[in-house]
Design a protein around this ligand. Structure first.
Ligand code: BES
Ligand code: MN
Ligand code: ZN
Length: 496
């Protein structure tokens, strides 16, 4: 998709489809709408009123104006000016591009405020809204046809805006990469494949990379990752990408560039293991590597856009399957930091592979750790399908991750690391077991992870709900959503 900037008067813009945002405030529908209405000699206003269109958020009205420079005008309801919905520039741009595609129009234009943020969000909305996972369709599908989007921001400084377009393009590409990885079928998107993708990203964008195969995982004592991967014919992989800003200080001269580790759960298929899932619960379990996908996408974008921090992207990856070598209920393994873990449920595998990865991150000496994992169904029960659970051992850092999510337009909500539930993870046979009792399943999972981060400032996002959608909504498609990529990119550029 190509983006053009039109900084002259909108009246001069010839386009098959012009998107015009409309606020729902009575008598104050916004300058873009007033101007378009005036250009049409009041026709637009008459049609809108006859159709009962009042600019409510999410409402759209298409009006043909064959005599105008814009052949069609799509009125985009933006809700009350100043409300959260009114800022949903991504949603408006996504709606515009989808309308253009549905009508097989090769181009469309959107009237915008002359700000960087508005332009960036519009680009994101267009690219994220146009996303489709249709590479397996044999029959010709009506794919996107809208290849040019003109951003009409009268009076804006085109040079400054070009930077915003480049940034938003890198962000959207990263989100769409994560979506693709999640949507790819599990026999293709294996741990070995994820490692290949990571290598490609590293090569193309100049990141450091190390990949551990099964022998190396065993040699290093990542016994939990090894155990979870034991039941598959495809080897597990441990992936470590590093972004270093130019001139990063290692600490030798006293100064050290702050560092953060992004750790993503990479279970490429979760059958449950011998604690086998029932068929319906297994249907979407190719998505159990969405945390890993978010980390890979974010690392790609961070490599392109830069960050003031040293950023580590860490992905422990395995298939949770069953064969004669698979780990069993009652097994005990020692994690990378020497803690013994009794496996009382092989379906609580995510926390096991993350435990080794968190120890690894702690040993790197990072200042911050964020992990992302499709960790528990319980979190989806607690917060619904659109919101991630946020757990942190540091209130200020948890707040910063939340602020980054807010800025990214992703929904997260704080959950407690309730100390009283720690006793649920006690076992007479080992230091800790991998499951609690029925209640508070998202919390006991987070408490388990906490045992492996030491004193490092840490935040855990349980993305089991928002990582995968059962229906499309605005610029978020059905299937893999790319959730958390934008939060991580936002975090890597702000204060940590
Ligand atoms: N990958 C699942 C969690 C999950 C469930 C993700 C639904 C997305 C949608 C995880 O490995 C799992 O199986 N968790 C168990 C934990 C239980 C055994 C303590 C669960 O949530 O049931
Ligand atoms: Mn599981
Ligand atoms: Zn899982």
């Amino acid at each position: 998709m190509e983006f053009k900037l039109h900084t002259a008067d909108v009246a001069a813009l010839a386009t098959p489809l012009l998107g015009v945002p409309v606020f729902s405030d009575d008598g104050a529908r916004g300058a873009a709408y007033d101007e378009a209405n005036a250009r049409s000699g009041g026709l637009l206003g008459r049609i809108a009123s006859e159709e009962g269109f009042k600019g409510e958020a999410g409402k759209r009205l298409l009006v043909h104006t064959p005599d105008g420079k814009a052949k069609r005008i799509l009125l985009l309801g933006a809700g009350k000016a100043g409300s959260a919905k009114a800022l949903d520039q991504r949603g408006l741009a996504s709606a515009l591009v989808k309308e253009a595609n549905a009508r097989k129009l090769g181009a469309a234009a959107l009237v915008l405020d002359a700000e960087d943020a508005a332009i960036g969000a519009a680009v994101e909305g267009a690219l994220l809204g146009a996303y489709r996972y249709d590479k397996w369709k044999t029959r010709e599908v009506d794919g996107p046809t809208c290849t040019t989007v003109t951003l009409a921001a009268a009076g804006a400084d085109a040079k400054a805006l070009r930077g915003a377009v480049a940034r938003a393009t890198a962000v959207s590409k990263a989100v769409n990469l994560a979506r693709d990885l999640v949507n790819d079928p599990p026999t293709l998107a294996t741990p070995v494949r994820l490692a290949e993708v990571a290598s490609e990203i590293a090569e193309e964008h100049g990141l450091e990379i190390e990949i551990f195969d099964r022998a190396e995982i065993q040699r290093r004592g990542m016994n939990l990752l090894d155990a979870v991967g034991a039941g598959s014919d495809v080897e597990p992989r441990f992936i470590h990408l590093t972004y270093r800003p130019k001139g990063a200080k290692t600490g030798k001269g006293g100064k050290k560039t702050p560092s953060i580790a992004l750790v993503g759960k990479g279970i490429t298929f979760d059958s449950g293991g011998y604690s086998l899932k029932p068929p319906a619960s297994m249907e979407d379990m190719k998505m159990d590597m969405a945390g890993a996908a978010a980390v890979l996408g974010a690392m790609q974008a961070i490599a392109t856009l830069g960050s003031p921090y040293v950023v580590h992207g860490i992905v422990p990856s395995a298939e949770n399957l069953v064969n004669g070598a698979a780990y069993k209920v009652g097994d005990i393994f020692r994690s990378l930091n020497g803690k013994s873990v009794e496996v009382m449920n092989t379906d609580a595998e995510g926390r096991l592979i993350l435990a080794d990865a968190l120890c690894f991150a702690e040993r790197l000496g990072v200042d911050r750790i964020v992990d992302l994992a499709t960790l528990t169904g319980a979190c989806v029960i607690a917060l619904g399908p659109n919101t991630a659970g946020l757990f942190s051992n540091d209130e200020a850092f948890g707040g910063r991750v939340r602020a980054a999510a807010d800025a990214a337009g992703e929904s997260v909500w704080p959950m407690p690391l309730e100390k009283k539930l720690e006793s649920m993870l006690k076992t007479p046979n080992a230091d800790i077991k991998n499951v609690g009792q029925r209640w508070g399943g998202a919390i006991t999972a987070a408490l388990f992870l906490k045992e492996f981060v030491g004193d490092v400032t840490w935040c855990h996002l349980d993305i089991a709900g928002p990582a995968y959608a059962d229906k499309a909504d605005s610029y978020v498609p059905k299937g893999g959503t790319g959730f958390a990529v934008m939060t991580l990119i936002e975090l890597a550029r702000g204060e940590i």
